[in-house]
Design a protein around this ligand. Structure first.
Ligand code: FAD
Ligand code: FES
Ligand code: FES
Length: 471
């Protein structure tokens, strides 16, 4: 039996909601319904971080915190979670992250500051060491136009020197536990927002509608509302579905539930495919990685979706669930621009990634900025090289065609060849002819072609231990 309201904690206050539009964003709710205007709107598309807040979720009796972009998070997806904004962290005195920001002169106009404070708070609550690398990672989704990052970085380095204001976590845990984990349907005008806790009930309801939208992080989907001003009828939130949130290592394959957030996948991926995990460090920002999923990246079917060339290069499969279950090789899944083999009323349940122990995996992302930028060109290479002979090779490119595409002619040429400059030079000529990329504002056709050739050369250079930069 479904319930018709969503419960969450606004810091320590239990809130029940049911009357708001199903595509209300957390940002608009905070500002319009609670006058919590500390959380700012900059871009409304997940790019600037001005709207950053922190969400707490119960995991094994502890609260796990992560930063989110409230501008692209739908309010009803907060069910069973705690929302913390910049207004909540000051008690009788400022929170250490706030005091440190002031003492380090980390703010000028101040527009970015609340968002940066909440990214710092996320680091503070997760006890993240303030190394240069960690600071860059955790601030990757926060832009500041006027202060400059040096004082902000100093504020982060110094924040642990201040005494913390503790809030009562036992009270929050008790309140979070009191929120029921049962399926929910919110009805507002002619729209519905569904939350399911298991696959069967999701599939049952999803079969009944003709215009359902699957939602996980919303880092693509929410832009339909905030940027394109479209109405989304029938949103199905998958983020709380236990049958879609997991990562398992079974019989030499990784099985990843389609709604598992990228940041939850990384600890396991780091041990199996370090280059794939490293690529994810440049996937959006910390806020994006905290909520975005692999299922959403495949579901968006963008020709520049970063995980797609890598998954195809690794011969990954997807498990699709509709009226019937089926497994498809991802190679054959993308049909044309944003068109796939997924039928209406089907969902991607799981991504299955084979584990190659003897192969080299390269994940080359080329973008204008290192952090929080989408690719101009992506190349993934999965190869087995024995005694300098290419025994196995799969090369998949993003940004060179209307779908992620396998460089079949290049592969065919390189297979069983000596891995040397002469053969790579020949492969560079072949890749130039094999792809006919578009010219657009992100990159010209010539640039894309040149990059694809250079990446083949980089593959050879790296094999010969000639150092090259990552971007
Ligand atoms: C600031 C910013 C930076 C970004 N940077 C990158 C980047 O570096 N690289 C990159 O590749 N992408 C990037 N993206 C795009 C986006 O974050 C990714 O595509 C992400 O993986 C989408 O996941 P999600 O869970 O948020 O998807 P959602 O937005 O929730 O869903 C996306 C689409 O997939 C569908 N979908 C979701 N789950 C399923 C499922 N189980 N079965 C079938 N369909 C499903 C949805 O209906 C929707 O159409 C960025 C986006 C933003 C806003
Ligand atoms: S307003 Fe810019 S990321 Fe949300
Ligand atoms: S202080 Fe002005 S944008 Fe950062």
């Amino acid at each position: 039996m479904s319930r018709a309201h969503v419960d969450f904690l606004l810091y320590e206050e239990k809130i029940s909601i049911k009357d708001l539009d199903t595509d209300t964003t957390v940002l608009n709710y905070l500002r319009n319904n609670h006058e919590l205007t500390g959380t700012k709107e900059g871009c409304a598309s997940g790019d600037c971080g001005a709207c950053t807040a922190v969400v707490g979720e119960l995991k094994e009796n502890k609260i796990s915190y992560k930063s989110i972009n409230t501008c692209i998070t739908f309010l009803y997806s907060l069910h069973g979670k705690q929302l913390i904004t910049v207004e909540h962290i000051k008690k009788s005195k400022l929170h250490p992250v706030q005091q440190s920001m002031i003492d380090s002169d980390g703010s000028q106009c101040g527009f970015c500051t609340p968002g940066i404070i909440m990214s710092m708070y996320n680091m503070y609550e997760n006890k993240i060491k303030p190394t240069e690398e960690n600071i860059d990672k955790f601030l990757s989704g926060n832009l500041c136009r006027c202060t400059g990052y040096l004082p902000i970085k100093n504020a982060i380095k110094n924040m642990y020197n201040y005494k913390s204001n503790k809030f009562s976590k036992s009270k929050v845990i008790r309140l979070l536990k009191s929120i029921k984990k049962t399926d929910i349907v919110i009805k507002k005008n002619d729209s519905k927002f569904f939350i399911h806790y298991n696959l069967n009930s999701l599939i049952k309801d999803y079969q009944k509608v003709s215009n359902g939208h699957l939602l996980v992080g919303g880092t693509d989907l929410a832009l339909e509302v905030t940027k394109k001003r479209n109405d989304l009828k029938n949103i199905f939130y998958l983020g709380l579905n236990k049958d879609l949130n997991y990562i398992k290592n079974k019989n030499n394959n990784l099985h990843i539930g389609s709604a598992t957030p990228i940041n939850d996948i990384l600890p396991i991926l780091e041990n199996i495919y370090p280059t794939f995990a490293k690529m994810f460090e440049r996937y959006g920002s910390e806020q994006i990685r905290n909520t975005a999923s692999l299922g959403g990246n495949i579901g968006s079917a963008s020709p520049i979706g970063d995980s797609l060339p890598v998954l195809i290069a690794l011969n990954s499969k997807i498990l699709i669930q509709g009226k019937v279950k089926k497994t498809l090789l991802l190679d054959n899944y993308f049909l044309s621009y944003r068109k796939t083999k997924l039928k209406p009323n089907e969902i991607i349940k799981e991504i299955i990634i084979p584990i190659y122990k003897k192969n080299i995996l390269k994940c080359y992302k080329i973008s204008k900025r290192i952090d929080d930028d989408i690719s101009s060109v992506f190349m993934a290479i999965n190869a087995r090289i024995e005694k300098n002979i290419i025994k196995e090779i799969k090369i998949v490119c993003g940004g060179l065609a209307e779908t992620p595409k396998i460089a079949e002619k290049v592969q065919k040429f390189l297979l069983n060849k000596i891995f040397n400059e002469e053969n790579i030079n020949e492969a560079k000529k072949i890749i130039k002819k094999e792809f006919d990329p578009i010219d657009d504002m992100r990159a010209s056709k010539n640039y894309r072609t040149k990059i694809s050739q250079n990446l083949l050369e980089r593959f050879l250079n790296e094999n010969n231990k000639i150092k090259s930069t990552l971007y």
